[in-house]
Design a protein around this ligand. Structure first.
Ligand code: CDP
Ligand code: MG
Length: 750
């Protein structure tokens, strides 16, 4: 660590730094005594040492006295039984002293904005307080979360605190997983699920209180929820026309709406809800030293790993939280950390690595909350789910590479992709704050102070302004809301994006030329899927292959965690994967083959192991599939099966995804057909070496370039057949193939 101030009097951390140096010295001395093998391991750590510059701190709000007092309290409590302890823990939360005041405010006002630091107990406590005060007598208390993992983990905690079984009095509901029952009075759910509930219950009749939590995240669903609440519950979205639902809607002067947020810019929420009062919960926070790197880091994953090791070897006890952009990075980091700590020997404490990301199976999610044993150090590798949604006690060190994965949408080209982007200053501050919840901490920012000042935005742009709104528009139309331009969005999406969405839904046949919902649209809206996927399912009826298409949809929905590729067995894994691609059927059909083969083995776990397939992902696909299959009947789609008719299946896929068509160029890259953009087949695709002339892709991911992930080959004439209102014959004329030797283009097709 580099000294910043030459004059220590100017440096308030001189003492601490000296102490740290002492620690590093001690660690080095220890290495001297260690055996040869582990010494080498240590050397590499210090060779790679990253230099940080310490620049500033957050104001501390607690002094050491208080800290010791807290510690004493905590020790006293440890003796108590687990349940009693939980009750005591509840009383220790910053929220607790404000319990009565909060209840009074809820009683007095219909809408209340609640602001409190992450970890103060908003999510877990407020619904319980309201329940204790009798609000569950006439309805449920709902609490929305932007992320599924948060909904699951928080409800589990609350069930534990209330001493009930999860799914009984306390439950959660996320897409494709409903863990609630008749008994449920506290219901945690994703904001997306609440949106879907509006479709069947636009006045939220079964709820007495709705808490829209983590409102600062400003997800599309939260923003749309706000608008819907105004229209359906308060009747003050007056400009908006509601047609058919109006008659069945009773407005809800009795429902309580709580909007809770971890950031301080609550005025905006308050203003949006006609000046609703703001209830502020004073935070408890310890000082956090912020350290920046001296120079930009070329490889933030490597830099993060090295920093974890540095902390582990040289710094006093305390857990570490590292922010990565997604599951792949987290898994990579986990593997590297495991390899590099293997040789450390017994002198250095154990490192417990806990990953946490959206698709992590629930049995592994609880691991991050387990107390760290004495002498060990927990290292949590998280996506930005740990930024505000989840609070992990005991974190003392935060490593922030400064990136997150964000959706980005270009309404001009209609292209949406996930891009790794620098976080905003507000997000960086939230991340830093995670280090100072239970004691003073340190935050290692893997970027320079200059980058922070000059390259990072102040706030994250609300998702509604950078995403495809097909989904939202279909939902609003299904609710009878026609005038989207005048819908009261907190931050309106670009008009171009709305138009694009209308246009797309029209092309899919979900809206007619007057912008009204068609029968097709009504059927599509039944599925909790993106319109293109819903269309693919509804279209499968015509092609008599609903069973297969539903399987493909489920596999696509699980995402990219089907195939498993361990570092030391990559060749075997790749061979196993390629088996499913025989005949160059394309990725969708390969996924179908994976599922059907698994089904043939009666869902054997052993089979998954042998084929390098993640059994957990497969089970999830099976669950999703069961639910989608259940919906087929509701929209009167015959559950026909026709696994060998690849053309029919591909045509059904094309019916939903004709937008995503690309044509091969001479140089081996592709060009999207409408609004031409250069794209490439992702190396993980079974077709990445085959390079068919015409392809339809499922999604784009941007890494080093724009990649198409999940690709099938199509015949261009299908486009005119399937989407005549979108493609004309001239769009798909295969001029290039005419110049080629006869049949070459076609040979690849057949
Ligand atoms: O919502 P807010 O950030 O204000 O706090 P919370 O999520 O209600 O968390 C309150 C406390 O419960 C924290 O100390 C968390 O660590 C703890 N908690 C937990 O131990 N396990 C969970 N699954 C969720 C929260
Ligand atoms: Mg919370």
């Amino acid at each position: 660590y580099k000294d910043v101030g030459a004059d220590d009097k100017l440096n308030p951390f001189a003492e601490q730094e000296a102490w740290e140096k002492h620690q590093i010295g001690k660690a080095t001395m220890k290495f001297g005594a260690a055996d040869k093998k582990s010494q080498d391991d240590y050397e590499f750590i210090f060779e790679d040492q990253i230099q940080f510059i310490q620049t500033s701190i957050l104001d501390g709000m607690k002094d050491e006295e208080e800290e010791k007092e807290d510690e004493k309290q905590i020790k006293k409590l440890a003796a108590k039984s687990a349940f009693d302890k939980l009750q005591e823990d509840r009383k220790m939360l910053p929220m607790f002293p404000y319990r009565e005041e909060l209840l009074k405010a809820v009683e007095q006002y219909q809408v209340l904005v609640i602001v409190g630091e992450t970890g103060s107990g908003k999510t877990t406590q407020i619904p319980q307080y309201l329940h204790e005060a009798g609000y569950t007598k006439n309805g449920k208390i709902g609490c929305t979360q932007p992320r599924r993992v948060a909904a699951m983990s928080v409800s589990a905690r609350v069930a534990e605190e209330m001493g009930v079984k999860l799914g009984h009095e306390v439950g959660y509901s996320i897409r494709f997983e409903d863990c609630t029952s008749e008994k449920t009075i506290l219901k945690y759910m994703t904001d997306g699920m609440l949106l879907r509930e509006f479709l069947s219950e636009p006045d939220l009749a079964s709820y007495s209180v709705m808490m829209v939590d983590e409102a600062h995240e400003r997800t599309v669903s939260t923003d749309v929820l706000f608008g819907l609440v105004k229209v359906f519950l308060f009747n003050n979205g007056s400009v908006v026309m509601i047609s058919f639902v109006k008659d069945i809607t009773r407005f809800r002067p009795d429902i309580k709406l709580l909007i809770s947020s971890a950031t301080l810019d609550a005025e905006k929420f308050s203003a949006y809800f006609d000046g609703a009062p703001i209830f502020r919960i004073p935070g408890r926070r310890y000082p956090v030293d912020i350290l920046y790197t001296k120079a930009p880091e070329a490889d933030y994953l490597e830099a993060a790993v090295v920093t974890v090791l540095q902390i582990h070897v040289t710094m006093p006890p305390g857990d570490v939280l590292v922010f990565f952009t997604g599951q792949e990075e987290i898994e990579a980091a986990e593997e590297i950390l495991k390899t590099r700590t293997r040789g450390l020997g017994t002198r250095i404490g154990e490192m417990i690595i806990c990953p946490i990301y959206a698709n992590l199976p629930s049995d592994l999610q609880t691991k991050i909350f387990e107390e760290t044993p004495e002498g060990a150090r927990k290292v949590v590798l998280a996506t930005n789910i740990a930024e505000t949604s989840l609070t992990i006690d005991g974190i003392k060190y935060v490593i922030d590479p400064g990136f997150c994965k964000q959706k980005s949408y270009n309404p001009r080209t209609g292209m949406e992709s996930l891009i790794v982007t620098p976080v905003s200053k507000a997000a960086a501050q939230q991340r830093t704050g995670r280090a100072g919840r239970t004691s003073p901490g340190k935050c290692f920012r893997l970027y320079t102070a200059h980058a922070y000042q000059t390259e990072m935005d102040d706030n994250t742009v609300p998702e509604i302004q950078r995403t495809n709104l097909g989904n939202v528009v279909l939902m609003l139309k299904s609710l009878g809301i026609h005038d989207l331009i005048n819908f009261d969005f907190m931050d309106p999406p670009p008009a171009e994006t709305l138009l694009r969405a209308l246009e797309q839904l029209y092309a899919l046949g979900a809206l007619n030329d007057r912008g009204e919902l068609t029968k097709m649209g009504r059927r599509m809206a039944e599925f909790p899927l993106d319109p293109m996927l819903s269309k693919m399912i509804v279209a499968s009826d015509k092609f008599k292959c609903a069973e297969e298409v539903v399987t493909i949809c489920s596999m696509l929905t699980v995402g990219n965690s089907i195939f498993y590729r361990p570092k030391d067995k990559q060749v075997h894994a790749d061979n196993a994967r390629m088996n499913f691609h025989s005949g160059n059927v394309g990725d969708h059909l390969a996924l179908l083959k994976v599922f059907d083969s698994w089904k043939e083995t009666d869902f054997s776990t052993q089979w998954c192991y042998e084929n390098y397939i993640q059994v957990r992902s497969m089970k999830r696909a099976r669950d999703i599939r069961d639910q989608l299959e259940g919906l087929l009947e509701r929209v009167e789609i015959e559950a026909a099966s026709n696994p060998d008719d690849h053309e029919a299946i591909k045509k059904a896929i094309t019916s939903g995804f004709f937008y995503h068509t690309a044509k091969l160029q001479k140089n081996g890259s592709y060009r999207t057909l409408k609004n031409p953009q250069t794209v490439t087949i992702h190396p993980s695709s079974g077709l990445s070496q085959v390079l068919p002339r015409w392809v339809v892709y499922h999604e784009l991911v941007f890494t080093t370039k724009e990649y198409m992930r999940q690709v099938i080959e199509i015949k261009p004439e299908w486009l005119v057949e399937i989407a005549p209102h979108y493609y004309k014959k001239s769009d798909v004329e295969d001029t290039a193939s005419q110049k080629m030797p006869k049949g070459r283009g076609r040979a690849a097709m057949d």
